[in-house]
Design a protein around this ligand. Structure first.
Ligand SMILES: *Cc1c(COP(=O)(O)O)cnc(C)c1O
Length: 227
């Protein structure tokens, strides 16, 4: 059995024990298309990429597979057209101008682009994401855009050494998600939180989508292309 399949099976096994069934999103930045293909055949259907320049060749060469592609990186406005046309989901929408551009470029003949609002709970300057206060206004805007479908929230909480502190930030995100969902008349179903190091606690705190890179593919071999 391949290494990737072993890792995927182990994560699925653990999720079963925890009685949780989140989407397992394979974060494939820095990985080759052949590894994505392997992970797809081992049972992963959702993949996340951070940079359009890096993703475009992989998306083109894997067109024969029914993959749901998620854009999960910071979004530059000059990339909105390509992102809107080639991805199924954008998990990292964090401002009105980007939502408007994605809506403008998403073709009507395609299914609406599935989007999450990225929230920066701790107001960390090094990370994208809007503040918890800004989420509601942005949600209002997105709900009114015909080519976008708002699915929920995405966050990368601050890494904590202490698992209790880590849990507290996941719990705070879950509580924000519930408030936003209530505000949106219960239309949301996605809270994307948890990565290789901390997905276990994230699902226990209500995550519905875990984004796993290194724990699935191993350390990232390729230098990430920044664009
Ligand atoms: C890289 C990345 C991940 C995956 O991180 P790992 O530690 O490799 O699991 C998840 N989410 C986002 C937004 C990322 O950029």
């Amino acid at each position: 059995m391949s290494k990737i399949k072993e890792k995927i099976d182990a994560i699925h096994q653990k999720l079963k024990q925890l009685k949780c069934d989140p989407i397992l999103l394979g974060v494939s930045k820095g990985q080759e298309a052949s590894q994505i293909r392997e992970a797809f055949h081992a049972g992963i259907q959702h993949f996340g990429e951070n940079y359009w320049q890096e993703a475009k060749g992989k998306i083109a060469s894997l067109q024969d597979l029914a993959i749901s592609w998620h854009f999960i990186g910071p979004i530059q406005s000059n990339k909105c057209k390509d992102i809107a046309l080639h991805f199924d989901w954008v998990d990292s929408v964090d401002r009105a101008s980007i939502a408007l551009k994605l809506n403008q470029y998403r073709q009507a003949k395609l299914a609406p682009l599935q989007v999450c609002i990225q929230v920066n709970l701790e107001h960390e300057a090094t990370k994208s994401g809007c503040t918890p206060e800004q989420v509601f206004e942005l949600a209002d805007l997105i709900l009114g855009l015909p080519h976008l479908q708002l699915r929920g929230l995405m966050a990368i909480p601050k890494e904590e050494q202490d698992p209790e502190l880590q849990k507290q930030s996941f719990q705070a995100l879950f509580s924000l998600f519930k408030q936003v969902n209530q505000y949106c008349d219960g239309k949301l179903d996605t809270l994307s939180m948890g990565m290789s190091q901390d997905w276990h606690n994230a699902v226990l705190c209500g995550s519905s989508c875990i984004r796993i890179g290194r724990a699935l593919f191993g350390e990232r071999p390729k230098k990430e292309v920044l664009s």
